[in-house]
Design a protein around this ligand. Structure first.
Ligand code: NAD
Length: 495
């Protein structure tokens, strides 16, 4: 049970500067440079992290390659790998509160959400893949009798995992757990602006018995460390979550180097479609408000477009706005806070810029739109709602990644589908209707990796998450994630 008094004991504790983790060493970057870690709660300097160089990245890649080639991890029995991963999850769980508070101070997610979505999810994910790794069987192909065709799963080699600042533990674990479970080595590049809790869990992996060199962590700038990883001839797979802009760079760098596979979990502009026959309008409005405004909208699957039937438009928007206005935005270390801080000052500026652009394009600022709590020194913004947003508007087409909702009205089902599908993204969607047949039709016609029906945002580790269109390719979570981290090999044996 999360208690405010326990959080308060940790909220101001000193945070040690963080090193790189390369092979068996915890070290400074080669040129000694660091990055300041600024807390979005109040703009104060929390600590520093090593700013890795290109050489640091290459050293980490060499360490990972050496560990893979001598089979110190992939050569262990599945049962042995499982035990290490389970021990790792146990160690993380022991530090759950410390890790959560550290992460919240670093990235600003409200603690009521972070305790489950960050540490809880990371522990669950690691246990899931630990338990799954010895349930992956090869195949015997239905060949002629005089041959035997065996299909083996093999680890790919060195995985470059590059992750963003929202939910670093959850998304980090989504990459690390299946990659390590399959026997790969990993070089992890956490975000510049939220890496502290992720760095700590990687240290715990060594304590749990993961052999040195199998997991390496190089913090630092994306255009230096991330670029070096993506250009390396010795990295076999990039497992990425982040923006489309970075995703494009990774694909280019893959083509310019060894054509490594790139799995990209990118952004979204997810439509949440509400029909006039919605069963419980008030409940739908409340869930829809949470779907965009929790974590200040910094959620890849955020329900950032409300597409609502004209006949209930005013009533629904009014109800949603009421819930949005009642949400407690503020210090994410308070248990009662429902929407925490914006991760960094650059993101806040971008969010506010979208407010300006939307107004200039003729959308109606229905509620919010301003920065708040400036006296804290932190980065906070009001839950913001625009109505009368046209499909061609910037606000309808571009991911804000902040607490800004774009509302558009539709006439009928065909109209709703057209509006919902009218972006380059395809990550998530929602449908609210009492008509089961319509719900199924809409699930089929919406182009998205996940479609929520009469709810928004629920998930667990057993189902895949990934986008279509420019929301990316490949899937995190579920048994499907293993596909990214293994190769198939056929043995063709003459009998
Ligand atoms: P970002 O693309 O700016 O950064 C992500 C990571 O890439 C960071 O570690 C960064 O240092 C690194 N990077 C930056 N430039 C690079 C380069 N040139 N080469 C290699 N690496 C580089 O994204 P962000 O702002 O940290 O995260 C927000 C984005 O992530 C949003 O678009 C959001 O929708 C997306 N996201 C997607 C999912 C999903 O599952 N689809 C989940 C969470 C976040």
């Amino acid at each position: 049970m999360l208690e405010q008094t326990d959080i308060d004991k940790l909220r101001d504790s000193a945070v040690k500067p963080c090193d790189l983790m390369i092979g068996d060493k915890f070290c400074d970057s080669q040129n000694g440079e660091t990055l300041d870690v600024v807390s979005p709660i109040n703009g104060s300097l929390l600590t520093t992290i090593a700013a890795g160089t290109k050489d640091d990245a290459n050293q980490a890649i060499s360490a990972a390659r050496a560990a893979f080639e001598d089979r110190r991890w992939c050569g262990q029995t599945p049962a042995a790998r499982k035990n290490v991963l389970l021990a790792w999850a146990d160690l993380i769980e022991v530090e759950a509160l410390e890790l959560t508070v550290l992460g919240v101070r670093d990235n600003g997610t409200e603690i009521s959400m972070a305790i489950k979505a960050e540490v809880g999810s990371a522990v669950n994910t690691i246990r899931y893949y630990a338990e799954a790794l010895d349930k992956v069987y090869g195949q015997i192909a239905p060949t002629d009798d005089d041959v035997l065709g065996l299909v083996h799963h093999e680890p790919v080699g060195v995985i470059g995992a590059i992750v963003p600042w929202n939910f670093p533990l959850m998304i980090g674990a989504w990459k690390l757990a299946p990659a390590l479970a399959m026997g790969n080595s990993v070089v992890l590049k956490p975000s510049e602006t939220a890496s502290l809790s992720l760095l700590r869990i990687c240290q715990l992996a060594l304590d749990a018995g993961l052999p040195e060199g199998v997991l390496n962590v190089v913090s630092g700038r994306g255009d230096i460390v991330g670029e070096a990883i993506s250009l390396s001839m010795d990295v076999d797979v990039i497992a990425f979550t982040g923006s489309g802009t970075t995703g494009r760079c990774l694909l280019e760098n893959s083509a310019r180097s060894n054509m490594k596979r790139c799995y990209l979990e990118l952004g979204g502009k997810s439509p949440n479609v509400v029909f006039e026959d919605v069963e419980n309008l008030s409940e739908a409005a409340k869930t829809s408000a949470a779907g965009i405004f929790r974590n200040s909208g910094q959620v890849c699957v955020a329900a950032s477009r409300l597409v609502v039937q004209q006949s209930i438009h005013d009533e629904f928007v009014e109800e949603l706005a009421k819930h949005a206005a009642a949400m407690k935005v503020g210090n994410p270390l308070e248990i009662t806070t429902q929407s925490g801080a914006i991760n960094n000052s650059g993101q806040l500026k971008q969010d506010l810029k979208f407010v300006e652009i939307a107004q200039a394009e003729g959308a109606n600022l229905y509620q919010g739109g301003r920065q708040i709590l400036q006296d804290t020194g932190g980065y906070y913004m009001e839950p913001t709602i625009f109505t009368n947003v046209k499909s061609e508007d910037s606000l309808a087409r571009n991911e804000v990644f902040g607490p800004v909702l774009a509302v558009s009205a539709f006439e009928d089902e065909a109209d709703a589908t057209t509006i919902a599908n009218s972006t380059d993204f395809g990550l998530a969607a929602g449908i609210w209707t009492a008509d089961l047949s319509r719900a199924h039709r809409m699930v089929r016609s919406l182009r998205a990796g996940v479609v929520h029906v009469n709810t928004y945002g629920g998930t667990d580790i057993t189902v895949p998450l990934g986008g279509v269109k420019q929301s990316g390719n490949g899937h995190d979570k579920s048994m499907h994630a293993f596909d990214k981290y293994c190769d198939l090999k056929t043995a063709w044996i003459k009998l």
